[in-house]
Design a protein around this ligand. Structure first.
Ligand code: MN
Length: 230
């Protein structure tokens, strides 16, 4: 009994040690790999989450481990203040910190087509106020995603006044970054990198953008909007 207690204490001490090399971790998807089919197939989800997102996490951990001063910063602190990241690791934190934040947000923005739902009344009213109609909002969002040259993201954000805007960012940038030309609080984001849709849609990005609305988790998006209130 005495020995067993000592072993437990020893184990607790080991797990309490800081593990700087693995500051950030890849969380499991909040649904099965095939949950978004047929809009996004299981093979795309497995590669996108298990390889692409995992690589962003691994490379972010390498960047943070290379600069001891970065060890205790949250992901939001890192990407929201890239100016405070030493130049040696700034691009790595921008690309991989952005990649980790964007994909974590993206997985939580989607759900099975049967559970997609609709914007809550308050969010719908804000969409109609700022874009004219729900259809006009989706058309503008799809156009911003389709016209992003190369790789990037399209976002619905709320600015500091609470007004809704559509923003497109290159690569793994996002509207939380201090380097973003336009900043805001993301409410919804779609990944328009080819890896997000190529197996299902090949080069037909507009078809992916149009179909993607079927898997938007409006309950999650509406909760983000509700959380903006003071
Ligand atoms: Mn991606």
């Amino acid at each position: 009994m005495f020995l067993r207690s000592r072993s437990v204490l020893w184990l607790l001490a080991v797990f309490a040690l800081p593990v700087h090399a693995e500051t950030f971790a890849l969380a499991p998807l909040p649904y099965a790999y095939d949950a978004l089919a047929p809009v996004i197939g299981a093979d795309t989800m497995q590669i996108h989450h298990g390889r692409h997102h995992q690589a962003y996490v691994d490379n972010l951990n390498k960047a943070v481990a290379a600069e001891p001063g970065l060890a205790n910063r949250s992901l939001e602190e890192l990407i929201g203040n890239l100016a405070a990241v030493p130049e040696t690791q700034r691009n790595a934190v921008r690309n991989n910190g952005g990649g980790h934040w964007n994909h974590t947000f993206f997985w939580a923005s989607m759900t099975a087509p049967s559970a997609s739902g609709a914007p809550a009344p308050e969010l719908m009213a804000a969409i109609e106020r700022d874009f004219g109609s729900f259809d006009a909002f989706k058309t503008a969002f799809n156009a911003a995603g389709a016209s992003r040259f190369g790789s990037g993201w399209v976002w619905l954000v709320a600015d500091s006044e609470g007004q809704l805007k559509i923003i497109s960012t290159p690569n793994q940038d996002n509207p939380l970054m201090d380097i973003a030309p336009e900043r805001g609080t993301p409410l919804l984001g779609n990944d328009v990198w080819e890896h997000a849709y190529y197996l299902n849609y090949q080069n037909r990005r507009p078809d992916y953008l149009a179909a993607w609305w079927q898997v938007v988790n409006w309950s999650a998006v509406s909760a983000r909007f509700a959380a903006l209130k003071p």
